[in-house]
Design a protein around this ligand. Structure first.
Ligand code: SF4
Ligand code: SF4
Length: 134
């Protein structure tokens, strides 16, 4: 059995995200169910479906620049509903990790949330979203 080991710079954008997340982004069929399920979609600049598409197209830098990866509250609504079984919340986490590993910085809560929520503890916001969205 041969084992293929590639240096990170030889991997495609999809392969890099897949390697860290353990998912297969190319399986995404662009149905948009993740976007329709997301309770935070109104605060996002790119929908989860659009982020998946950018990664598929190799536009990783654009995906990493998106505000959406910081708006995502890891509620898992998208992950449980994806017909292709992709853990989109895990892909979001991967994109955040890639930014942090590259020392590209992150958005502060005050930049991602309504001003009225800026001082609220994250667990309160996640809990409220779960209760309000079922
Ligand atoms: S629900 Fe799954 S298959 Fe559909 S767009 Fe989102 S990631 Fe792709
Ligand atoms: S895990 Fe993130 S992207 Fe998925 S539905 Fe929840 S907030 Fe939206």
């Amino acid at each position: 059995m041969s084992v293929r080991i590639l240096k990170p710079e030889k991997l495609t954008a999809c392969e890099r995200v897949d390697e860290i997340s353990g998912e297969r982004v190319l399986l995404c069929k662009q149905c948009g169910i993740c976007t329709a399920s997301c309770p935070n979609i109104q605060e996002m600049d790119l929908s989860p479906r659009e982020l998946m598409h950018l990664i598929q197209l190799g536009a990783l830098e654009e995906a990493l620049e998106s505000k959406s990866i910081w708006v995502c509250s890891s509620c898992l609504q998208c992950s449980v509903k994806c017909p292709r079984g992709i853990d989109i919340a895990g892909v979001m986490e991967t994109l955040r990790a890639m930014r942090l590993r590259a020392r590209l910085g992150c958005l502060a809560p005050a930049e991602t949330l309504d001003a009225a929520c800026a001082d609220a503890p994250p667990i309160l916001l996640i809990s409220a979203m779960r209760k309000l969205t079922g």
